[in-house]
Design a protein around this ligand. Structure first.
Ligand code: XCC
Length: 654
């Protein structure tokens, strides 16, 4: 079947695409061929904020100026700038709300767990609880864990509905960063408040100054990165344990022919954590054997997978564009989904095979799926019910089953705290060795490579090419979400990958510490870990006073979700140069794009860039890193190191 290699670089995905075609089962890859993106919407020029529209206000033609250009508005007079900024801001609001709502659910369960009200959930990382308590100003003294946890839970919950003041985690940022934010007036007051206000501002006839809209979008995004996302990561760590290095396996080959396969897909780790416990229950195992299976094989998909991989080493079936592919194997007995990145088409694909699609969130139902709602007070029983559904379905498998053989070993679990311990030792945890190696040039810089897959580009290709280019050039990569899985499938999440793929400088550091050149830091909500790591590097000293001083950059080459825009925006607003691939949603307005791509550097000291070619994106990021090295006065050290390495190779060869 010609052309399939353009769809994915992952052999397991291509094998399943062929199978889907043979089985007459349509997938996202087929739909991407026949349906092209709306060109007006793609550039952010479609305004559908009121019933006089939708108004299409495409970018002015080059030669249009003055009156001609000014005539290009919606019915109400909204300009291309306003429309483009509004659409961008709405993406930030939606992305922030997704993370915030996830975080709220986690906080509620955390509070109930602290009170001892929810079976299956309890406080696991007391150390981290104390840290948060300190940040939140919760009195500790000789109070019990329970009392402290309850106070932390209440304080965290109050962050969502807070009406004034500043979000508490803002104080974690470097002082200089806080000052920048205060001067710009962008410190979030409350998480929900910023989302609501941004939606209000983008309503018909409200904020019609694109600069003002984008400043407001920045404030909303900070309520995600330093608010919702950070609260979620932190409380999940306290509840389920802060990740430490663990070995895992990834790709569709983790599915098993002779076991009941249950795939958990989505984002919130609450139910998956209970499934991990309940699947070991002898009663459940026996039930599986009764239907002729050897056992139950629980695996993950998308960010749910990242959560249970990071904490338990549960195998990962794949990333976003592999969700349908897992079902196409014909051996998935149940796919259990909650929120975000769950494609509605799963219901149709499941019909081609025998898979039961089970929705579990009160907020997310799918026509054609079975709904078994997650109830925090009854979680183990719900988990059992779900597993029994899967077990009962084992016997319904059809004959056309085929599991790709691809799997890859990974070493994951690099939370910010773990990096701290690994580098500095358990008694003197610190980022000092990382800073020293950046200063001496062995490590050229740090890159965060995050985000999704996108069916408009070859699956996994832009992310993988970018990551390989970066590590080859001695840039250590911190990865989350679906791009971390891309790295995993290609074998980059193992310490051995350093020698194979990284430049000499980075490889020597990875060898000494025993870490991979790409550090998997978790799900997309855990991009807050990257903020914490960047802050820790600043605080350790020698690399400037702010995140924007660091030789660091971020990228999402295959982004597709609104959450990615919220994440990118909070990285930019935190001082990070951030490159996105695929498509850019404000090209309909030169002014808006210029503000994001250039002028933000004067205010936020961070900016966006759009570059779909991963080699060019790597070049932009490395140039930025080198520019920062020069400003810090550490560019000379790197020249010396390169000379040293060349010399060493000469010696090796002699
Ligand atoms: Fe979704 Fe989080 Fe994107 Fe993957 S990376 S496609 S958001 S699962 Ni976050």
């Amino acid at each position: 079947m010609p052309g399939l290699e353009k769809k994915s670089i992952d052999p397991a995905t291509i094998q399943m695409l062929k199978k889907a075609q043979a089985d007459g089962c349509e997938t996202i890859f087929d739909r991407a061929d026949v349906m092209k993106p709306c060109p007006i919407g793609a550039e952010g020029s479609c305004c559908k904020q009121c019933a006089m529209g939708p108004c299409r206000v495409p970018a002015p033609k080059k030669k249009e100026t003055g009156v001609e250009k000014a005539k290009r508005t919606g019915l109400c007079g909204a300009t291309a700038e306003t429309i483009s900024a509004r659409n961008f801001a709405r993406m930030v609001a939606a992305g922030t709300s997704a993370h915030a709502d996830h975080a709220r659910g986690v906080t509620e369960v955390f509070l109930a767990a602290a009170k001892g009200e929810v079976p299956g959930f309890q406080i696991q990382d007391e150390q981290k609880l104390y840290q948060i308590a300190m940040d939140f100003g919760v009195e500790m003294g000789d109070r019990s864990i329970k009392e402290i946890a309850i106070d932390v839970g209440h304080k965290a919950l109050a962050e969502f509905g807070r009406q004034e003041g500043e979000l508490l985690f803002i104080k974690r940022a470097p002082l200089k960063r806080q000052e920048i934010w205060r001067n710009l007036g962008v410190i979030p007051r409350g998480i929900d408040r910023e989302v609501v206000e941004l939606l209000h501002r983008t309503h018909m006839g409200v904020d019609q100054d694109y600069r003002d809209l984008l400043i407001s979008a920045a404030r909303c995004s900070l309520a995600d990165g330093w608010g919702g996302s950070m609260i979620s990561t932190e409380l999940q760590d306290v509840l389920f344990g802060t990740p430490v290095p663990v070995v895992g396996q990834i790709n569709l080959g983790v599915l098993k022919i002779d076991e009941v396969n249950v795939v958990v897909h989505g984002h919130e780790p609450l139910l998956p954590e209970i499934l991990v416990q309940v699947v070991q229950d002898p009663e459940i195992q026996k039930a599986a054997q009764k239907v002729g299976a050897k056992g139950i094989n629980l695996v993950g998909m998308c960010c749910s997978a990242n959560e249970i991989l990071m904490r338990h080493g549960i195998p990962v079936a794949g990333n976003f564009l592999q969700q349908e592919m897992a079902i196409v194997t014909g051996v998935v007995d149940a796919m259990v989904v909650d929120v975000q990145c769950v494609m509605q088409s799963l219901a149709q694909v499941a019909k081609c095979y025998h898979t039961k699609l089970i929705t579990t969130s009160a907020k997310a139902k799918i026509d054609g799926a079975i709904h078994i709602e997650f109830e925090e007070h009854n979680a183990p029983n719900i988990a059992k019910k779900i597993l029994l559904e899967a077990i009962q379905n084992f016997k319904n498998r059809k004959p056309n089953v085929e599991i790709p053989s691809e799997t890859m070993d990974t070493v994951v679990g690099f939370s910010h705290e773990t990096i701290n311990y690994l580098l500095g030792g358990i008694f003197r945890a610190s980022y000092r060795p990382l800073n020293d190696n950046i200063i001496n040039g062995r490590i050229r810089g740090i890159a965060g490579v995050v985000g999704c897959n996108n069916a408009r580009v070859t699956h996994d290709d832009p992310n993988l090419t970018l990551i390989k280019e970066l590590i080859k050039n001695d840039v250590i990569v911190l990865a989350t979400g679906c791009s971390a899985m891309t790295a995993g499938k290609a074998g980059l999440l193992t310490p051995e990958a350093a020698r194979k793929y990284a430049g000499d400088g980075l490889a020597s550091v990875c060898d000494a510490v025993g870490i991979p050149p790409v550090l998997h830091m978790g799900a997309c909500i855990d991009n807050s870990r990257i903020l914490m790591a960047a802050t820790a590097v600043v605080k350790d000293g020698g690399l400037g006073e702010d995140i924007s001083d660091l030789p660091a950059a971020g990228a999402a080459m295959e982004w597709m979700s609104e959450k990615a825009i919220a994440i990118g925006q909070y990285f930019v607003a935190s001082g990070v140069f951030t490159v996105f691939g695929v498509t850019w949603p404000t090209t309909g307005s030169e002014e808006v794009t210029k503000l994001l791509f250039e002028e933000f550097e004067n205010t936020f000291k961070g900016k966006w860039a759009f570059e779909p070619d991963p080699y060019q994106a790597a070049k932009l990021m490395i140039e930025h890193i080198d520019k920062k090295r020069k400003t810090l006065g550490i560019d000379k050290a790197r020249d010396r190191v390169l000379f040293d390495m060349a010399k060493r190779r000469e010696l090796d060869a002699a």
